[in-house]
Design a protein around this ligand. Structure first.
Ligand code: SF4
Ligand code: SF4
Length: 435
């Protein structure tokens, strides 16, 4: 078992709600809404127009620049509209709406690759063409991450910490498809020219760890399985690198600056599938859970499926639900309509009930210092809060507000119930002179 990083918290992880639910395939909906922006980087340009017939796996959004990722149809059918639609980020984003013909007719380009014959640049090309992005939620284009790490890194880390409460999508893919995840790791190692990788899994996934151990080739095949002490936010990139290697990513720096590159476990699974079958990023596993979900589930669903369909497949809402979150309860975002679609980075949909609401009318700091003790970035959340209230840009910069990873540990631990993360987000804008 590895040591851990500075700070952090041990929230009730709520994973028991869905961790024993095997992945179920959710039948595709009658209509998918596929936004042209589902990644960090330039928005895609629609490659189809209203009335066009499209096939499953066909490119419907072209990437206009290197830091971008093409977007594919997740069904076969007819384009019903190309227009702005509500995105999980709360904005209207240009989207391709496709009426599903129910035939799942594959695009001719969807075909397996001759794996043994692939060069590193072939693998990067397949990852790029498949539109694979960081599937743990960050959604940074994977081909760009590989390219920027080439020749600069000696350590590849696979992030299977899945430290956010309730989410079990990666847990289930590790448990149910360990071979496919490991094959994806080997492909990424080949693409990077590395002969070693560390697969880092939190100890609360004992069954998945056992399944992976059984599938690792004798001698480990260059892949070291590392069991991590369970602690939030273990899966944050900088914290994971520190735990696994002891290296500290410098302020404002990137993992490659300390010789590391990090991929999410589901991303590895997606890479393997793109190589083995030719299927691009058209579906993903989403955990539908939380105290307000009747039958917490892990659903393999097509990109563009409306969230309301996932909720209904998980038995519908239960209790006094006051918030629906996409992503985890610590770092995810509340959504205000269940009509928004699943996008590439959607790893969970959570329904929270009233008793989990931490909002109070008059939050007050009692100067206990607990927020400082848990901050994994060694910041002083209380003083960031004070500077934000005063609009003190110089103070915020002096306190390194931009280093905050918005993990929410400080707000979670705060007995005064200060809305520290919202305040720090606002503080970042003040520090940049944008407020
Ligand atoms: S944890 Fe909350 S109450 Fe304690 S010092 Fe920090 S902001 Fe104040
Ligand atoms: S200040 Fe930022 S990094 Fe530190 S605990 Fe709070 S949210 Fe996390």
């Amino acid at each position: 078992m590895s040591p851990s990083f500075f700070g952090g918290i041990h929230p009730d992880d709520g994973k028991r709600l869905a961790s024993n639910s095997a992945i179920e395939v959710l039948p595709p909906p009658e209509q998918v809404v596929i936004p042209m922006s589902m990644h960090i980087g330039a928005e895609c340009v629609p490659a189809v127009k209203k009335g066009d017939r499209v096939l499953l796996g066909q490119v419907i959004g072209e990437a206009p620049s290197f830091v971008s990722a093409p977007i594919h149809s997740s069904v076969s059918g007819v384009v019903a509209a190309v227009e702005p639609r509500l995105h999980p980020n709360g904005r209207n984003v240009l989207s391709v709406v496709i009426s599903n013909d129910g035939k799942d007719e594959y695009y001719e380009g969807v075909a397996p690759h001759e794996e043994d014959a692939l060069s590193p640049s072939d693998i990067i090309g397949i990852v790029k063409a498949a539109g694979i992005v960081g599937m743990g939620g960050a959604a940074f284009p994977t081909h760009a991450k590989i390219s920027s790490a080439l020749g600069r890194v000696d350590t590849m880390i696979v992030n299977a910490a899945e430290c956010e409460p309730y989410i079990t999508a990666d847990h289930r893919i590790l448990l149910e498809r360990p071979d496919e995840v490991l094959a994806g790791i080997r492909l990424l190692m080949r693409a990077l020219g590395l002969d070693r990788a560390v697969l880092a899994v939190e100890a609360n996934k004992a069954d998945a760890i056992k399944a992976l151990k059984e599938k690792l080739r004798p001698g480990g095949d260059g892949i070291r399985l590392l069991t991590l002490k369970t602690r939030y936010p273990q899966g944050a990139e900088k914290q994971l690198i520190q735990t696994v290697t002891g290296r500290q990513v410098p302020l404002g720096g990137l993992p490659a600056d300390v010789g590391c590159v990090v991929f999410n476990a589901f991303t590895c699974w997606s890479v393997n599938r793109a190589v083995k079958t030719g299927l691009p990023a058209i579906e993903r596993v989403v955990t539908v859970s939380g105290p307000g979900i009747a039958a917490p589930s892990n659903l393999l669903c097509r990109i563009g499926t409306p969230v309301e369909r996932l909720i209904s497949a998980a038995g519908g809402l239960a209790g006094e639900v006051n918030k629906i979150i996409m992503g985890g309860p610590m770092m995810g975002n509340a959504i205000y309509s269940t009509e928004v679609p699943v996008v590439k980075g959607t790893n969970s949909v959570l329904a929270m009930t009233k008793e989990y609401d931490r909002h109070v009318e008059n939050p007050a700091c009692i100067r206990c210092g607990r927020c400082v003790a848990v901050c994994p970035m060694r910041l002083q959340p209380l003083y960031l809060y004070i500077c934000e209230r005063k609009g003190d840009a110089a103070g915020l910069n002096r306190l390194n507000v931009s280093d905050c990873i918005e993990c929410g540990s400080c707000a979670y631990i705060c007995p005064g119930r200060l809305e520290l993360v919202q305040s720090i987000r606002s503080g970042k804008a003040i520090a940049r002179g944008k407020k």
